[in-house]
Design a protein around this ligand. Structure first.
Ligand SMILES: *[C@@H]1O[C@H](CO)[C@@H](O)[C@H](O)[C@H]1NC(C)=O
Ligand SMILES: *[C@@H]1O[C@H](CO)[C@@H](O)[C@H](O)[C@H]1NC(C)=O
Ligand SMILES: *[C@@H]1O[C@H](CO)[C@@H](O)[C@H](O)[C@H]1NC(C)=O
Ligand SMILES: *[C@@H]1O[C@H](CO)[C@@H](O)[C@H](O)[C@H]1NC(C)=O
Ligand SMILES: *[C@@H]1O[C@H](CO)[C@@H](O)[C@H](O)[C@H]1NC(C)=O
Length: 467
């Protein structure tokens, strides 16, 4: 005990010493020491949260500055950030951000339907955007994140609401099934059936199946996996492509590979492997996806977002600047629930995180490229870069965990509602406007904004086909 405290004190001293050297010194962390990882994670978490002001007076709870042109971040990325913070708490035990996380997850759920389809963000509301908030709620249930007060919606029910609204939007007239990218027909991208929308749905279905043991969810996980293979978005070598359009029956596959797609599939497949007691079919899929991922996204053992992080330039957008964290988190979960992957996964998580921390400054500001020292790439974030660094650091503590995600049978305490969600097609009316003359101006602005944001989402949205 004394030794540990002394060690922690030394680490802190080292950190402080590093800070004193000047803003450009590198984040100091000993990756073989859990307490050093915890301290460094805390520095990065603080830096990440410096970009969040939703809990300040006059700001909107639960969102990062945005969406464009008001700030760099789309609505979904805050959902991804709160998921990252739940994992941060789960791995490190630091509950400093639990309160803002709970507040955000409940506020953006959009009562009374509580299915993460708030009127404010309709212009960029994709199934994937909604799904990232749903996965954060699911993670809260799986980690026994402190439950909301009884009169508020519960984590499991929130995840079920997202699942139910999405299952109802599964549509067989084109491409033999699948979810469209966007939810409102008026959004650009409504005619695109892409992997991210479907892999997030698959991910959520597998985890609900594991948590509740309700086989309906497992059936949907099977069905969505089969569909992605059927249309050729996942090929025989486990390359994972971006999507295709309904006008041509999803045959014009955009073969760009983003790590977020593979990450969602790795996580969900590892869960399916786990609940089928190590079924060979799912073992093969987990194995295939991870092998391809390590080869493609981790050349030399350090993660590279290869579709847009090129040797001579980075052309990743704000969304893509956050992708590395989802991959590290998915791999860490795979190591827990599919133990046969543990050795290869831990090896790469260690080497990749070593690259990552060299790209961070001592104040927790992190760059995007992990294969060099801090690259000063802050224009497209930097919340995404710091979410990724926080994920990389904190998930290394997976080795300290002797138990995987909870289920209802193994100590999970979240209470569900299999019928949660309300009408999947009805987007909530916008909030009432108060005064007469402002109403007119407001509506005009809203229309202009919606058009602009919709257009922007299409051009620079997370998985735009423009790459
Ligand atoms: C929607 O926007 C309004 C006006 O900015 C804000 O007051 C409200 O809190 C927002 N609601 C959500 C769920 O973001
Ligand atoms: C559309 O694609 C699906 C899935 O690939 C296939 O099963 C179906 O036969 C195709 N339909 C047409 C009309 O080509
Ligand atoms: C399922 O995950 C748990 C960890 O939560 C692990 O102990 C168990 O071995 C896994 N099952 C299989 C079949 O790998
Ligand atoms: C979850 O577990 C509790 C007891 O721990 C039980 O009362 C409840 O019925 C379970 N729910 C489901 C959906 O199995
Ligand atoms: C299982 O999930 C399905 C889909 O949400 C739901 O309709 C059904 O009621 C659930 N069954 C139980 C026993 O909760």
């Amino acid at each position: 005990m004394g030794g540990l405290i002394a060690f922690a004190a030394t680490t802190l001293l080292l950190l402080f010493a590093a800070c004193g050297v000047g803003a450009q010194s590198t984040l100091q962390v000993e990756l073989t020491s859990p307490s050093s990882i915890r301290s460094a994670s805390k520095v990065v978490a603080r830096s990440l949260l410096s970009h969040y002001n939703g809990d300040e007076p006059g700001q909107t709870i639960g969102i990062l500055p945005g969406p464009p042109p008001k700030g760099p971040y789309y609505w979904w990325q805050a959902g991804a950030m709160f998921g990252t913070l739940i994992d941060y708490w789960f791995y490190t035990g630091d509950d400093e951000y639990n309160k803002v996380t709970t507040q955000a997850l409940l506020f953006q759920a959009a009562p009374p339907l509580n299915s993460y389809m708030p009127a404010n963000w309709t212009a960029s509301l994709g199934n994937d955007d909604q799904g990232f908030w749903g996965m954060a709620a699911m993670l809260a249930a799986e980690t026994n994140f402190p439950n909301p007060p009884k009169d508020e919606p519960q984590w499991l029910a929130l995840a079920q609401a997202v699942f139910n609204t999405q299952a109802a939007r599964w549509e067989t007239t084109d491409c033999n099934g699948g979810l469209r990218w966007q939810i409102p027909p008026s959004n650009g991208g409504y005619n695109y059936k892409n992997t991210i929308a479907n892999s997030v749905f698959f991910n959520l279905a597998s985890r609900l199946a594991r948590y509740t043991e309700n086989t309906t969810y497992a059936d949907w996980a099977d069905k969505s996996w089969d569909w992605m293979v059927g249309v050729g978005y996942i090929d025989g070598e486990y390359n994972v492509y971006d999507g295709g359009h309904v006008e041509v029956n999803c045959t014009n596959i955009n073969k760009v590979q983003f790590s977020a797609n593979a990450a969602m599939l790795i996580h969900g497949s590892a869960i399916m492997y786990n609940i089928t007691n190590g079924n060979e079919k799912w073992r093969g899929r987990v194995d295939g996806l991870i092998s391809k991922t390590l080869e493609h996204f981790f050349p030399d053992g350090i993660m590279v977002e290869r579709a847009c992080e090129l040797e001579d330039k980075v052309q990743c957008n704000v969304d893509q600047h956050s992708f590395k964290g989802y991959m590290h988190r998915a791999l860490a979960t795979a190591a827990m629930v599919a133990p046969f992957t543990r050795q290869s996964v831990m090896t790469v998580l260690r080497s990749s995180t070593a690259g990552c921390v060299k790209a961070c400054l001592s104040d927790g500001t992190c760059g995007f490229r992990w294969t060099t020292s801090y690259d000063g790439d802050v224009a497209n974030g930097p919340a995404g870069q710091e979410m990724s660094a926080l994920a990389a650091l904190s998930t290394l503590l997976v080795e300290q965990k002797n138990q995987g995600p909870f289920t209802n049978k193994t100590g999970g305490t979240s209470i569900g509602d299999p019928n949660a969600g309300g009408n999947p097609f009805v987007l909530q009316p916008p909030p009432p406007v108060t005064t007469g003359w402002r109403a007119g101006a407001g509506i005009l602005t809203a229309v202009v904004l919606a058009t602009m944001v919709g257009g922007l989402a299409w051009i620079s949205g997370p998985w735009g086909e423009n790459s």
